[in-house]
Design a protein around this ligand. Structure first.
Ligand code: AMP
Ligand code: MG
Ligand code: MG
Length: 218
């Protein structure tokens, strides 16, 4: 919960959609194509910085349906959790229906995705969509990289989620590399940055040239 004593700043968005994909992986090199296996999104009300809804699906990888032991160890996702799940194309349709239910798919809806790094929406989703010939909705084209938000507020570039949490004095919650738990940690980071007065804006509109690294994995 946001501290009742702290006045949160007005944000330029009404809702933040915190997203963190998990994908097929292996120790030395990632499988080609790499495929999304967990698709979690938490919707935050920008006035309170509190979650109001969520979308969470595990996704069947179709080119390499067998998860590597390394991937299961890293993400905690076991074979049973992806077997019999819908493939990405179906999950994207379910997600779109969820967006409609949440009244986000409207021209005047002011929402934006939030990720830790640019990999999820700059590389992973467009890369897999291109491989499978899936057309993506335009709402995936803009996001806030919370690493940039941290840099602007704290004045140094963080390495990853854990170093952001440590830098803000926030205890890690859940399991590292579980997509839904990674999202919950990003929600806590956003609330902490908002309590410090941060007004979130799309990462590709960062003014300081040193901080602009969009389309690279950070
Ligand atoms: P994360 O959101 O940091 O949990 O990572 C997203 C995805 O990146 C994971 O599901 C993996 O596919 C890949 N990944 C993350 N860390 C590693 C790692 N140390 N080695 C291999 N792949 C990784
Ligand atoms: Mg991630
Ligand atoms: Mg993750």
């Amino acid at each position: 919960m946001a501290s009742p004593l702290v006045k949160l700043p007005n944000q330029i968005f009404d809702y933040f959609l915190v997203l963190d994909f998990e994908a097929t992986c292996d120790k030395a090199v990632a499988p080609v194509p790499q495929e999304i296996i967990e698709f979690p999104v938490i919707k935050i009300d920008a006035r309170t910085m509190e979650p109001t809804a969520s979308f969470h699906e595990y996704v069947l990888p179709t080119v390499h349906p067998q998860l590597s032991p390394f991937c299961t160890n890293l993400t905690g996702i076991i074979q049973d959790m992806v077997d019999n799940q819908p493939p990405l194309e179906e999950v994207l349709k379910l997600f779109h229906s969820w967006m409609e239910k949440e009244v986000l798919n409207q021209p005047n809806a002011r929402f934006i995705f939030v990720t830790c790094g640019d990999w999820d929406l700059a590389k992973m989703l467009p890369g897999q969509a291109q491989h499978f010939g899936i057309e993506l909705p335009s709402y995936f084209q803009q996001w806030i990289n919370v690493k940039d938000s941290f840099s602007e507020t704290i004045g140094r570039s963080p390495r990853g989620l854990q170093s952001i949490l440590a830098g803000l004095g926030i205890q890690h919650t859940g399991r590292a590399h579980s997509g839904i738990d990674d999202c919950k940690n990003i929600v806590n980071i956003m609330r902490s940055l908002a309590e410090r007065g941060h007004v979130f804006h799309p990462s590709d509109q960062v003014k300081e040239p040193n901080l602009v690294k969009v389309n690279k994995r950070k």
